[in-house]
Ligand binder design. Structure first.
Ligand code: UDP
Length: 403
């Protein structure tokens, strides 16, 4: 893992000095991060980089994962979908299952943090264990239009936290606690994002039997309906009438996502026998994801809802032309026609992909702009700085913040 000094050439010395200064003020505090999966999905991705870097800055940071069975994660997936505004039938029995597992975690999990930083709805009920320490609830979900019943259920817990954090201004909600807007980030030096030698990229393509003989269009995402993989296939099919290209749909699964098997089946059915569609069930391997992104000519993220979309930041950092839906946190990253192309439909996605394939110079320029946009706004150093400011703010009166 890269040490802090190695980030200086990327973000500049003053930013690193600033981090050290803030870390000094947090010495002695223990930060306890809690989520529901150690691997898979954006939250685990961020924590796996954030925790070691905070430690290196001298802040005692630890990471715990709650436990849950299949039934619990089926319910939390329904909650996740409902918060994204998808119609879901959530019964009283579902809420009971949620509370039953929550209760077990409340009993089993040691709460030792001066600051307990809880991610997403799955562990939200841990707040019942509050005793004199500071609690933050971090929402990574696109809650611009949540199911009100589910939101109401979660609100009972949320309001007992000191503060809530959302990723995009469009997600803020009427709450009696302080809210912060902090967008996620990527680590430019992680295996997922660092520069790769061409031989590694080639060897990954060989491993998956992909030839570079025609343009590669790629979406890398969990097989989740909200990522609309079937919509990506439809868009590819429209593009294919004009450009001989190939499509990679690649994704692994997350321990807290039980839906992926069904979605994968739908994707296979829709892709039929087209040999230019590569459906890859990936192992947890950041180099593979990195190589596939780098090997691509166009990256797509056709989500129907998206908290932030780390895959968009990852692609832009690699200076790739990106076509992505105008939802959730994606427009923070893609300024239309400047750092990528936004779309609102299958037709829009296919039109944008065709634009890139027909104009390589334009595609290259937008990719380069995208990389600078990510450098200035969505790298992990900015994220760590904002989290440290948030931690410090918990110890000050609401109306005055001394730094
Ligand atoms: N990812 C991965 N392997 C996969 C699919 C996704 O490593 O097979 C990573 C992806 O590169 C990104 C994260 O998982 O870092 C997904 O984060 P995002 O915000 O895009 O979506 P989420 O899964 O959190 O909804």
């Amino acid at each position: 893992m890269a040490n802090i000094e190695e980030y200086i050439p990327i973000v500049g010395q003053p930013i690193i000095d600033d981090l050290r200064l803030l870390a000094e003020k947090l010495k002695g505090k223990v930060i306890q991060q809690v989520n529901s999966t150690a691997v898979g999905g954006g939250v685990a991705e961020i924590l796996s980089r954030m925790v070691p870097l905070l430690k290196e800055l001298g802040i005692d940071t630890r990471w715990d994962v709650i436990k849950g069975g299949e039934q619990f994660f089926e319910v939390t997936k329904k909650i996740h979908n409902a918060l994204h505004g998808r119609p879901e039938e959530i019964t009283q029995q579902d809420f009971d299952i949620f509370m039953e597992t929550s209760q077990k975690n409340i009993e089993a999990l040691d709460i030792y943090g001066d600051i307990v930083f809880v991610h997403d709805p799955q562990p939200i009920a841990l707040i019942k264990k509050r005793s004199g320490n500071k609690w933050i609830w971090r929402c990574h979900i696109d809650v611009s239009n949540p199911n009100q019943r589910v939101w109401g259920f979660l609100e009972n817990f949320m309001t007992n936290y000191d503060s809530a954090v959302f990723s995009s201004p469009g997600f803020s909600q009427r709450l009696p606690i302080r809210q912060f807007l902090i967008s996620p980030s990527i680590d430019p030096l992680s295996d997922k994002n660092r520069e790769l030698p061409q031989e590694i990229i080639d060897s990954v393509l060989r491993k998956y039997n992909i030839k570079k003989d025609k343009p590669i269009i790629t979406q890398i995402s969990r097989f989740d309906r909200l990522k609309d993989p079937v919509g990506v296939i439809e868009a590819y099919k429209q593009v294919k009438k004009y450009f001989d290209c190939q499509l990679i749909l690649a994704g692994g699964s997350a321990a807290d996502d039980p839906e992926s098997g069904h979605v994968l089946e739908e994707v296979k059915t829709r892709s039929g026998h087209d040999k230019d569609i590569h459906i890859l069930l990936l192992p947890q391997d950041d180099i593979v994801v990195n190589a596939l992104q780098r090997a691509s000519d166009v990256i797509v993220q056709k989500s129907l809802k998206e908290g932030f979309g780390l895959t968009v930041a990852e692609a832009l950092w690699k200076a790739k032309p990106v076509v992505a839906s105008n939802v959730g946190g994606i427009p923070l990253q893609i300024k239309h026609k400047y750092s990528g192309l936004l779309c609102h439909s299958i037709d829009g996605a296919s039109f944008a992909i065709k634009q890139f394939l027909a104009n390589p110079g334009y595609a290259k320029k937008l990719g380069e702009n995208g990389r600078e946009h990510i450098r200035n706004n969505f790298l992990i150093m900015r994220h760590i700085r904002e989290y440290m400011l948030l931690f410090l703010s918990l110890y000050h009166r609401e109306d005055i913040i001394y730094l």
